[in-house]
Design a protein around this ligand. Structure first.
Ligand SMILES: [Ca+2]
Ligand SMILES: [Ca+2]
Length: 217
C-alpha cells in the first residue's frame, strides 16, 4: 500500500510540475512584442545607442542578470545585459513598448516592469489603449545599483479597453538617475483549464494526506 501511495504522489507531482513550469510561458506573463518609439539617446549600459537591430533589449522576457554570467556581453568591462535606458543629463527621455495582445485590467496588478536604476532615479509610467492618449499609472523611484527590481502597476479601472502601449518617461536627470529597462510584462492570468487541473491535483494531495493521517500507524 505504501508503495502505491508513493507512486500516486509521484504521479501527482509529475502532473503539477509541468503545469507550474508552463504557467511561466504559456499561461503566464504577456511580454512586450515591439518598441514603437524612443528618445534618440536611449542606450544600453555600455552606452551603445538602441537601434532597430537592438530593440530586443526591452522586448520579450527578462534577460538581465546584472552580475551573473548569463545572457550578457562581457567584454572585460562587466556584465552589460540586454537592457536599454538612460543616464547622464538628457531629460525627458522615453521608451514606448507595444503589446500585440493587450494587457487586461485584472484584480490587482496588471503590469510589471523589470529594471535596474540609480538611487536618485525617477520615471513616470504611462499606458494607452490606442497609442495616442496616455494615462498616468504610476512612477518608479530610485533603485539599488547592481540589483534588479520588478515594479508593478495596477490599471485600476482607468481604461475602457485593453492596454497596448506602455511608456516610461524620465523625470529626473543628473548623477545617479540612470535607469535601464530589461522587460515589460502583463501580470500572469492562468487559463481556467489549467487552474482547474492544478486545483484538482492539489485537492487530491490534500485528501490523500487527510486520509493517511486518520489511519492508525
Ligand atoms: Ca488591475
Ligand atoms: Ca531585456
Amino acid at each position: 500500500m505504501k508503495s502505491l501511495l508513493t507512486l500516486l504522489s509521484i504521479a501527482v507531482a509529475l502532473t503539477i510540475l509541468p503545469l507550474v513550469a508552463e504557467a511561466e510561458v504559456v499561461n503566464g506573463v504577456n511580454w512586450a512584442d515591439d518598441v514603437t518609439a524612443y528618445a534618440s539617446y536611449i542606450q544600453n549600459y555600455d552606452g551603445a545607442l538602441m537601434d532597430v537591430e537592438t530593440e530586443f533589449w526591452v522586448i520579450g522576457a527578462p534577460d538581465a542578470d546584472v552580475n551573473g554570467n548569463g545572457y550578457a556581453w562581457d567584454w572585460g568591462t562587466g556584465d552589460l545585459d540586454y537592457v536599454a535606458g538612460w543616464r547622464g543629463g538628457a531629460a525627458d527621455e522615453y521608451i514606448i513598448v507595444y503589446f500585440d495582445t493587450g494587457l487586461v485590467d485584472v484584480l490587482g496588478d496588471d503590469l510589471t516592469i523589470c529594471l535596474y536604476s540609480g538611487p536618485k532615479a525617477d520615471c513616470t509610467v504611462l499606458a494607452s489603449t490606442n497609442g495616442a492618449n496616455y494615462t498616468w499609472i504610476g512612477s518608479i523611484g530610485g533603485g539599488t545599483p547592481g540589483y534588479l527590481s520588478n515594479e508593478t502597476f495596477d490599471f485600476d479601472g482607468q481604461f475602457t479597453g485593453d492596454v497596448h502601449y506602455v511608456k516610461v518617461l524620465r523625470a529626473e536627470k543628473g548623477k545617479d538617475t540612470g535607469m535601464f529597462f530589461d522587460a515589460f510584462g502583463g501580470t500572469a492570468v492562468p487559463e481556467p483549464g489549467t487552474m482547474t487541473l492544478l486545483f484538482a491535483a492539489l485537492g487530491f494531495v490534500a485528501a490523500w494526506r487527510r486520509n493517511r493521517s486518520r489511519k492508525p500507524r
